[in-house]
Ligand binder design. Structure first.
Ligand code: CMC
Length: 428
């Protein structure tokens, strides 16, 4: 019997098959040879929500959910958060290697000089209702960008593709900040190319009448770390959407708008907004135990807890907890932190959460920091989207370079009615 194979016996026919195992997986298509007879379609695997299906080989991000490990291109997230910057990490994720100083200078320069939006985009954003959710504005505006760059669909031209990638990374903070200013009825602030990527974002968010916004260094650093932590997370819901849309080969703006829409939901990037709503709803530390009782009774969920992959403490949550202290040293302590800490303390001792391996995830503490920085809850998923744009684009690029990838098209198990004839209305 050859090693690295799986023997499968079909008890319906008594036949045995040898399926090759590569990288710890069998190919689902190898199951198709397993048939009852020549007319049979062949065996499929059934995996709603892709809980045990690898849809790609990837070299970008490594997650070990059992051990709580996250690495970008091999580098541990803890080291990147400690020593790197968001733009350097963006280069690493997209190019596979850390830049040397000339490469980093050129990359930073390129990004910073693409931060402006076409004035018509501004007009388009102005057309939204005064109280439009910034995430809705973000998704629509990113999609609208595709109409400004008619060359963008030429995705197999490497130079052109990299141009669109830089444009997107550079412009998403501007779109994000404009959507915030719009929802506040404030004038839009144009990018300041003398500031860092993160400093410029803070300036576009918070600059008022002063000639130059003074970026608070602690907040600039904290936000940069948060962007690093959110930059990629392998095949999550929104990345899968980016790849799925990307597989039909549209321009990256259209694909990225779809990915951002997938991020918006409360089970994914909208969770940080939901955490804040939950903490406000709980109200006081004394009410935490009752909330936990309701979660265990199945009446509600503990937002910011649990993860499809992490069955251990999310390493990003641990780093965010440290960042929170740095931010609170400047802004003052967010009182919601005490409720969050008490929730975490009770949950980590309670058998309901322990037995289900439910730990705080990246979104449990990030919202508390954003709120302390003066960022409203509706902006939380938008901030997530700014950082994740890098991951979406790297995964999209990997997809386009992968000769095994074709248009994404899952199968189904049809359990509906068999053939039946149409009845005219009068006979029903
Ligand atoms: N609160 C209470 N119970 C939970 C929670 C939670 N947050 N998460 C999972 N469970 C329970 C769930 O009820 C189920 O219990 P049982 O086996 O008795 O039915 C069990 O744990 C397994 O849960 P699941 O829903 O099958 O797990 P999943 O892998 O499908 O869902 C998740 C993962 C993240 C959607 C889920 O844990 C959740 O809804 N968490 C809250 C939302 C959240 O914080 N999302 C952010 C994810 S991290 C940032 C990102 O990447 O977007």
């Amino acid at each position: 019997m050859p090693e690295n194979t799986l023997s499968v016996t079909d008890n319906r026919t008594g036949k045995t098959y040898q399926l090759p195992i590569e990288h710890g997986a069998i190919r689902a298509l190898d199951l198709r040879q397993i048939k009852l007879d020549a007319d049979d379609f062949g065996l499929m695997s059934y995996d709603p929500a892709f809980t045990n299906t690898a849809c790609t080989r990837s070299t970008i991000t490594y997650v070990d959910g059992e051990k709580g490990i996250l690495r970008y291109r091999g580098y541990p997230i803890e080291q990147l958060a400690e020593s790197s910057t968001f733009l350097e990490v963006a280069y690493l994720i997209l190019h596979g290697e850390l830049p040397d100083s000339a490469q980093l200078r050129a990359w930073t320069d390129d990004i910073i000089h693409h931060t402006f939006l076409h004035e018509n985009i501004k007009t388009l954003m102005e057309a939204f209702r005064y109280d439009a959710h910034p995430m809705g504005m973000f998704i629509s505006t990113v999609a609208a960008l595709s109409t400004f760059y008619p060359e963008a669909p030429d995705i197999f031209n490497l130079e052109n593709r990299m141009y669109q990638i830089k444009r997107l990374i550079a412009k998403v903070p501007t779109i994000a900040a404009f959507s915030y200013r719009h929802s506040r009825g404030l004038p839009y602030v144009y990018p300041d190319n003398d500031l860092s990527f993160t400093g410029n974002f803070l300036s576009m968010m918070f600059k008022m009448s002063e000639a130059r916004y003074k970026v608070p260094p602690a907040l600039e650093h904290a936000l940069d770390v948060l962007f690093i932590l959110h930059a990629d997370h392998e095949q999550n819901c929104s990345t899968n959407t980016m790849r799925s849309i990307g597989s039909s080969q549209p321009d990256p703006y259209s694909a990225l708008a779809g990915a951002a829409a997938a991020l918006y939901g409360p089970l994914h990037g909208g969770a940080n907004e939901a955490v804040l709503r939950m903490l406000n709803q709980i109200g006081t530390v004394g009410d935490v135990a009752d909330y936990i009782r309701r979660v265990k009774a199945g009446e509600t969920r503990l937002m910011g807890f649990g993860h499809r992959v992490y069955k251990n403490y999310d390493p990003r949550a641990r780093i965010i907890k440290q960042v929170a202290e740095e931010v609170f040293a400047v802004t003052g302590r967010n009182p919601l932190l005490d409720i969050a800490l008490e929730l975490e303390r009770i949950a980590l001792e309670d058998d309901y959460f322990v037995s289900r391996k439910l730990y705080p995830n990246v979104d449990f503490y990030s919202g508390i920091i954003y709120q302390a920085m003066g960022i409203p809850t509706t902006m939380f998923p938008v901030l997530f989207a700014i950082a994740r744009t890098v991951g979406w684009l790297a995964q999209w690029q990997e997809l386009l370079q992968d000769p095994e990838q074709r248009i994404a098209r899952p199968r189904q198990l049809y359990l509906g009615k068999g053939h039946r004839d149409y009845l005219p209305l009068a006979q029903r």
